[in-house]
Write a protein that binds this ligand. Structure first.
Ligand code: SAM
Length: 185
């Protein structure tokens, strides 16, 4: 079952999307790590409000997939990309439909993430998974004030090793780990 973001949809971009940061940090990093070239077909899995679909659609053929109708309603009209309501566990696409799939801050929401990665390997030649490495995450003052936060997040987020093992169990054999730091991590 998908984690429901519908109630967050209206305010999601206000709290998160920042055009300069999204372009210079996220999209640049995703392109470099995933070797995503202009013109390639990209699946944005768990696309939410289409924050990255919009930016990638300037140079790529993009499909934004998300289970939340409300999040996709915000994404609609942001750019020339396809919108599909669906679940990572059962992707409604033919084999090898995409060159690359981007999965940004979604993997911790998936009930069966190894199963979802197997689905991705069926529909896509490559994948970039962007997540937080909770083993090394420093929550700063929030972590000091609420020591249980990190414990909760460590239980929610699959570790980097678990994700690597999940990828290696699929067709994606050549797995690389890239640490990309933000001011907050
Ligand atoms: C933290 S948001 C990230 C959205 C977007 N990738 C971004 O970084 O702005 C997590 C997204 O994962 C989606 N999601 C949750 N469960 C999912 C599932 N089973 N399959 C696909 N997407 C899912 C949610 O609806 C939500 O839009």
């Amino acid at each position: 079952m998908a984690v429901d973001y519908s109630r967050l949809a209206a305010g999601y971009d206000r709290g998160r999307a920042d055009d300069a940061l999204d372009r210079d940090y996220w999209v640049r990093g995703l392109r470099e790590v995933g070797q995503i070239r202009p013109g390639q077909r990209v699946l944005d899995l768990g696309a939410g409000t289409g924050r990255f679909s919009r930016l990638f659609s300037e140079t790529n053929d993009v499909v934004a997939l998300d289970p939340s109708r409300e999040m996709l309603d915000v994404a609609r009209g942001k750019g020339p990309f396809g919108i599909v309501r669906g679940d990572a566990q059962r992707l409604p696409f033919r084999a090898a439909s995409f060159d690359t799939t981007i999965i940004v801050m979604v993997i911790h929401h998936l009930a069966d993430f190894p199963g979802a990665l197997a689905e991705v390997s069926r529909v896509s030649r490559g994948v970039v998974v962007a997540t937080s490495d909770m083993a090394h995450r420093n929550l700063g003052i929030m972590g000091e004030a609420f020591p249980s936060l990190l414990r909760i997040d460590r239980a929610r987020f699959p570790s980097i090793d678990e994700i690597v093992r999940g990828l290696e169990a699929t067709r994606f054999r050549d797995v690389r780990i890239e640490a990309v730091h933000t001011a907050a991590s």
